[in-house]
Design a protein around this ligand. Structure first.
Ligand SMILES: C[S@@+](CC[C@H](N)C(=O)[O-])C[C@H]1O[C@@H](n2cnc3c(N)ncnc32)[C@H](O)[C@@H]1O
Length: 345
């Protein structure tokens, strides 16, 4: 057809214009909007393809045109895509994702969310893309990741091995579970927000959405928590010193009760803070130790038994040495004591 030649692309005959796909787009962008800090300022990388059908949806959920970043490996398709006229402020990269990541790093972009709507199945290239995306410094330390893959036609051996660990009730490989485990093994904390499927013509597509945060970010949250409590921790350590002072039993009891109540309130606060992470999957090697002074003081307060024991013990040692000094005033007394000792034995 003269004058009507179309840029060739890997896409189904219906060019992604069908009801299930529309529903899927709604779901993905809704979850992205609900989980980024603020949709109005969030930078999002996505694969809009020829029709950019999800752009309208993204804007409806509060994302801004100038914060949307389009990536398309088929540069000719991107250059001729009609949606570009309607949305001139969307930044476009006509490269494969792996190259786009390098360009994003040069442009100092920090992505709050990424929507990788692949047409391919689970393969090494997808895993390499993910790893590069997360390791290249182009994503925020807490970001939302959406990934969509073709379910099927993978390398048989890979799938047989994957099925050993990531098996669904149907016997199929849990591709989204496998991706989450990969992210965890790369030392990210992850929470799966949704794992689902839809039908595209004769093919099944799987998709998943995750919160992905770096272990450093989690440590930083712990540090912030300890710092937010440090004044109360110091006050309680001081109160603990008062508890240990010689005093009447009633006043000791009152101080001890106050101490225990306030220490318990801090414990509850800590539990609530930790609950914000309880749905996250993470590497068992993670250690939330922050080396901060605030955390050190926190540990002093929560190993108060040891602290009190040490105080009591040193006091006891002091008493003992003073008693010895009094007893052993002279060599003769020493001899007497020794004799008494022998006699006793
Ligand atoms: C499934 S389509 C996108 C459909 C679109 N999200 C929608 O909702 O209609 C995937 C698009 O991403 C492009 N693509 C796939 N893998 C890519 C990669 N690694 N880097 C850049 N673009 C890629 C494909 O050429 C295709 O145009």
């Amino acid at each position: 057809m003269k004058g009507k030649s179309r840029v060739k692309a890997r896409e189904p005959a219906n060019q992604y214009q069908f009801e299930e796909k529309q529903e899927y787009r709604e779901t993905v962008w809704k979850i992205l909007a609900e989980n980024v800090k603020a949709a109005s300022t969030a930078s999002v990388l996505f694969f809009p393809g020829r029709h950019g059908s999800e752009i309208k949806i993204a804007l409806r959920y509060g994302f801004q045109e100038e914060n949307l970043i389009a990536c398309e490996e088929n540069a000719a398709l991107l250059a001729t895509a009609k949606w570009r006229k309607s949305y001139p402020n969307i930044k476009c990269y006509g490269n494969k994702l792996s190259r786009t990541i390098e360009r994003l790093a040069v442009d100092k972009v920090k992505l709050d969310a990424v929507n990788l709507d692949y047409c391919s199945n689970l393969c090494t290239a997808v895993i390499d893309d993910l790893r590069k995306l997360l390791n290249y410094g182009v994503t925020q330390p807490n970001m939302i990741l959406a990934i969509t893959l073709l379910k099927g036609r993978e390398n048989r051996t890979t799938m047989d091995i994957a099925r050993l660990v990531f098996k669904e009730a149907t016997g199929a490989v849990d591709r989204i579970g496998l991706i989450q485990s990969l992210l965890t093994s790369w030392n990210y904390w992850t929470q799966c927000l949704l794992k689902s499927e839809y039908r595209s013509n004769t093919k099944n597509m799987v998709f998943g959405l995750f919160v992905v945060v770096t272990a450093e970010w989690v440590k930083h949250q712990f540090q912030k928590f300890y710092e937010s409590c440090v004044n109360e921790v110091d006050a309680l350590l001081q109160l603990d010193d008062e508890v240990l002072m010689p005093q009447s039993f009633e006043s000791y009891q009152a101080l001890q009760k106050q101490f225990a109540d306030r220490q318990y309130a801090l414990k509850i606060k800590y539990q609530e803070f930790k609950d914000t992470f309880c749905l996250m999957k993470h590497s068992s090697y993670f250690n939330p130790y922050t080396r901060s002074d605030a955390q050190w003081r926190w540990h002093q307060l929560f190993s108060i038994g040891k602290r009190r024991h040490r105080e009591d013990y040193s006091y006891f040692q002091q008493e003992l040495s003073q008693t010895r000094q009094l007893l052993i005033k002279s060599e003769s007394e020493k001899a007497q004591i020794l004799q008494a000792g022998y006699a006793y034995k």
